[in-house]
Design a protein around this ligand. Structure first.
Ligand code: PRP
Length: 182
């Protein structure tokens, strides 16, 4: 439904993952990160902009030294036939010889993370690990290594907790499913 104005379509939202479940799961993810990155100096690289709500909750539980940087990528670019990633905002920090934790909101076809991981590896980080809140395995086209996954979900159109439909609903505290009239 990307690209279609949400106000033109009769729709309703149902809760798929409650705010409480998200909070509990994010806490566990943060504990895993604290265990795995203990004693390391880490650069967290977050993809704009659906990741911002998840990111804000995730990093507040982090106890290892970390710095934060952002990359902007266009899914329109990554979903063209060429599969070429269009970078709308590049990293500002030098990640060479640094431990990088890549954070994104959702792993769908895998094209975005496949391309971003390849781009980051070329910068020769000491290590590269990836954390996503949501994984839709049914949609996968590109296999990408992801070490931390919040929730595996079915192939439904989801919004909230940072994820949008036509830029709306990013502010919802839960993950909702969009239901449209037939
Ligand atoms: C979404 C999401 C991922 C990507 C996943 O970004 O944030 O980065 O798509 O899709 P893929 O696995 O099929 O490549 P989107 O382009 O919607 O931008 P946004 O984060 O600004 O909402």
């Amino acid at each position: 439904m990307k690209g279609r104005d949400h106000s033109e379509m009769t729709h309703s939202l149902e809760v798929m993952i409650s705010a409480r479940r998200i909070r509990d799961r994010v806490k566990v993810l943060t504990q895993e990160l604290n265990r795995d990155f203990q004693g390391r100096d880490v650069v967290v690289v977050a993809l704009l902009k659906g990741t911002v709500v998840f990111l804000a909750d995730l990093i507040r539980g982090i106890e290892f030294p970390m710095r934060l940087d952002f990359m902007g990528v266009s899914s329109y670019g990554s979903k063209t036939q060429s599969g070429k990633l269009i970078v709308t905002q590049d990293l500002r920090m030098d990640v060479r010889d640094r431990h990088v934790l890549l954070v994104d909101d959702i792993l769908d076809t895998g094209r975005t993370l496949h391309a971003v991981q390849r781009r980051l590896r070329r910068l020769q980080p000491a290590s590269l690990r990836t954390c996503v809140l949501l994984d839709k395995p049914e949609r996968r086209e590109k296999q990408v290594p992801v070490e931390y996954v919040g929730f595996r979900i079915p192939n439904r159109f989801v919004v909230g907790y940072g994820l949008d439909w036509d830029e709306h609903y990013r502010n919802l505290p839960h993950i909702g499913v969009v239901k449209t009239a037939a």
